[in-house]
Ligand binder design. Structure first.
Ligand code: NAG
Ligand code: NAG
Ligand code: NAG
Ligand code: NAG
Ligand code: NAG
Ligand code: NAG
Length: 348
């Protein structure tokens, strides 16, 4: 479903992760800091986003007939979302699963409107036959963390305001087409981090009507103070990961903040869903954290099912970069089965 053209945004990320750019902190005296390939922030406050700005409007996708539209959810905070409806939803009125998707971009860049994410959501909605809400949360540095967590939580509550218990919600695509017992949350990279944290919050705050069935993480951005696995072998990428967190969340408690390192979350056992899949890529500095996340969940007394899938020879968010590759097609198939609650954990 996705188009053939390589998406500059993801492409840059790959180049970056492969070559580990020479310097992440720029030298020009006018630059406050730079995190390649995401953002450059000047001392005078100007923010330049280096990637993720190639946006496309919502549309009726001619091939899949997936329909999309943009809506404002909270005008005072400028929180919006792009909604997706599969072709089956317009023909019949049976209820479908709902995917709440949270995009990546190091907390600093990209949006649901970035072409790569738009194309990806279309491919998922068509393949899995689900309704989707792709969250447009506030980005650092203008909106430092925890803004993205708060914004995404607000969107989740808005979603569930359309359920029977939630009442109120007036978005017809959700009211008419969604089965609120089959809501899934997913995200990649920084979005995977946010996705985990909103589902964790859903387990702690019993908001009426909020029941999340599953969580699907793709190369999630977790980290920690101590080096684990192969992390130490790439000091440049370690520095980048640290720079991202320091600048995205100046007020965090550090690299072992439970928002970044679930090993230190005393409430992990209350994660608010029943099943989790975490995809990791072999050649990704974040691989070991993804695998560690599975271990942490298993060690906690969480009463759900967690499964990791490591894709050999793959790079960070490989499926977004190379949507047509065999690995990407298999992952999409797996994701679609997961969203339909079918036994999908055969491929390991
Ligand atoms: C740095 O800022 C000064 C003052 O605003 C300006 O004159 C100069 O052109 C800037 N240099 C660069 C490389 O942008
Ligand atoms: C801030 O600095 C950058 C780089 O020197 C310059 O391009 C930009 O115009 C400046 N913006 C303001 C508002 O001064
Ligand atoms: C609101 O969000 C839109 C979409 O992300 C963005 O283009 C716009 O600049 C934002 N407006 C304000 C006032 O921040
Ligand atoms: C950090 O916390 C302090 C105290 O609560 C607050 O005044 C400040 O705005 C925060 N900084 C950021 C970047 O969020
Ligand atoms: C754990 O959950 C309790 C409420 O159940 C909350 O007060 C506390 O802040 C949570 N701890 C963390 C680290 O999130
Ligand atoms: C020429 C120069 O000063 N390069 C430096 C730019 O910044 C990076 C990161 O701090 C340094 O590693 C370079 O040596």
């Amino acid at each position: 479903m996705s188009d053939n053209k390589s998406c500059p945004f993801f492409f840059f990320i790959i180049i970056f992760h492969l070559l580990a750019a020479q310097s992440f902190a720029a030298n020009s005296t006018n630059i406050s800091y730079e995190i390649e390939p995401f953002v450059r922030v000047y001392k005078n406050g100007t923010v330049e986003r280096l990637t993720g700005t190639d946006t496309v409007p919502p549309s009726l996708n001619p091939k899949s007939k997936v329909l999309s539209k943009d809506i404002i959810i909270e005008p005072s905070l400028n929180i919006s979302a792009r909604l997706y409806l599969p072709s089956s939803a317009t023909a019949r009125s049976h209820k479908l699963p709902l995917l709440v998707y949270i995009h990546g971009g190091a907390f600093f860049t990209a949006s649901p409107f970035t072409s790569g994410y738009h194309n990806y959501l279309i491919s998922v909605v068509a393949k899995a036959n689900v309704v989707a809400v792709s969250v447009n949360y506030g980005l650092a540095p203008e909106h430092p963390l925890p803004a993205a967590y708060e914004d995404s939580w607000l969107v989740l509550k808005w979603v569930f305001s359309h359920s029977k218990e939630g009442g109120g919600g007036s978005e017809a695509w959700l009211r008419n087409n969604v089965d609120f017992d089959r809501v899934y949350v997913s995200g990649d990279s920084a979005g995977g981090n946010i996705a985990h944290n909103v589902v964790a919050r859903a387990g702690l705050e019993e908001i009426s009507g909020v029941r999340i069935h599953g969580l699907f993480l793709n190369c999630p951005h977790f980290w920690g103070k101590e080096r684990i696995g192969n992390e130490a072998s790439d000091p440049k990428m370690v520095a980048v990961e640290e720079s991202i967190w320091i600048h995205a969340y100046p007020n965090s408690t550090g690299f072992d903040d439970p928002l970044l390192n679930p090993d230190y979350d005393p409430n992990l056992s209350k994660l608010g869903c029943k099943k989790v899949v975490v995809y990791v890529a072999e050649n990704d500095i974040l691989r070991d954290r993804g695998l560690q996340y599975e271990k942490a969940l298993e060690k906690s007394k969480w009463k759900g099912e967690v499964k990791s899938v490591e894709v050999k020879g793959a790079v960070h968010v490989f499926n977004l970069n190379f949507p047509k590759s065999k690995d990407s097609r298999e992952m999409l198939k797996h994701f679609a089965l997961f969203l339909n609650d079918k036994k999908s954990l055969t491929r390991v």
